[in-house]
Ligand binder design. Structure first.
Ligand code: TYM
Length: 328
């Protein structure tokens, strides 16, 4: 009874809503940067932990860069033809998710980083976390929207920026991570692990392009516990709480309301409700990906234009770094 009243109060407060929000002002001081590996199709974790906030940030800020980090992907062996195709597929996926090349610079890492710097390319640059630091610092980025798994890499980026500034004077902004409430979407098969592209259990990871049948099957098999009620208690009920968090994120509703709405449904039925919400969210993205993939020319042009813009931003930073260090 108390729960029902709390739910009702909550929903009423929600519907009264805030005053009409003023049109968002773009922030021109911050520079947003982030990256994604091209290998494999983006999954629910990539989408809710990163890509969805990338789309929002390009509306809020003037200077936004998103990199398809092909150099990072060659830390494991890649077939060149497949890698080339994966870069275009990732471009199509990001555009379909709402990345707009008019609002943000979408580019291929290898095309923007090495072109003017060929003579200085070293193996050191290709060691993973240092390469990630170079990505961020090359554009004097101030904010980096990422999932929780990247926080450690970001700490190294912050250390390197501070170390450089200490030696050569204040030059790099110390970049901050931006994390969303979905900073760690969990595996559907093991709620203690993050959802990951490389999970050997195919049922653990929901990809943006999965068919409705595959999505239903994966949620149906999602690991929960023996309590049938739907609650949000991440510490003690990781599995069902992950489902609630996903459900809230894809519907845009607060977690509390999602829990209210599922009162009386058991977890087995709830899994199908969440699957349906995910199918509905991904359906338009999936069909846009299919459309974009038929226009390879367009995808290549987007990347070329993005790489040219990224290079333009990187060049003066590189020159200044060289001057500060004593190379010029
Ligand atoms: N289960 C999950 N829950 C929430 N978020 C998740 C989940 N899985 C992945 N992510 C986030 O998705 C983004 C891309 O993942 P990558 O593994 O390609 O992301 C990576 O491999 C990076 N090293 C790419 C990179 C290279 N240079 C950079 C510079 C800045 C930021 C990022 C980069 C990431 O934000 C990642 O945190």
């Amino acid at each position: 009874m108390r729960k029902a009243r709390e739910c009702w109060n909550f929903i009423r407060a929600l519907h009264q809503g805030p005053e009409a929000a003023p049109a968002p002002q773009k922030d021109s001081v911050k520079r947003i940067f982030s990256g994604i590996q091209p290998t494999g199709i983006p999954h629910l974790g990539n989408y809710l932990g990163a890509i969805e906030s990338w789309v929002r940030l390009q509306d809020e800020h003037d200077s936004v860069l998103y990199s398809i980090v092909d150099l990072h992907s060659i830390t494991v062996p890649q077939d060149p033809a497949i890698l080339r195709q994966s870069i275009l597929d990732m471009t199509a996926a990001l555009l379909a998710c709402g990345i707009n090349p008019e609002k943000s610079i979408l580019f291929q890492q290898s095309q923007a980083k090495t072109a003017k710097e060929k003579q200085n390319g070293t193996m050191g640059l290709l060691t993973y976390p240092v390469l990630q630091a170079a990505d961020v610092l090359l554009y004097k980025s101030t904010h980096v929207p990422v999932g929780e798994d990247q926080v450690q890499h970001m700490e190294l980026v912050q250390d390197l920026a501070q170390g450089f500034n200490k030696k050569y004077g204040e030059f790099f902004p110390v970049p901050r991570s931006i994390l969303t409430s979905m900073k760690k979407v969990k595996s559907l098969r093991d709620p203690s692990a993050k959802m990951s592209k490389s999970d050997p259990d195919k049922l653990a990871t929901v990809r943006i392009t999965d068919s409705p049948e595959e999505i239903v099957q994966k949620f149906r098999k999602a690991v929960t516990d023996f309590t049938s009620e739907v609650t949000y208690e991440p510490a003690s009920r990781g599995g069902v709480s992950n489902l609630v968090a996903i459900h809230a994120a894809v519907t845009g509703l607060p977690v509390e309301e999602v829990v209210c709405r599922s009162a009386g449904i058991d977890t087995a039925r709830y899994k199908l409700v969440v699957a349906d919400a995910v199918i509905e969210k991904f359906a338009p993205i999936k069909s846009e990906i299919e459309k974009l993939k038929t226009n390879k020319d367009h995808l290549e042009k987007v990347l070329q234009a993005g790489s040219a813009k990224a290079k333009e931003l990187a060049y003066p930073v590189c020159q200044e770094v060289k001057k500060l260090v004593g190379f010029l």
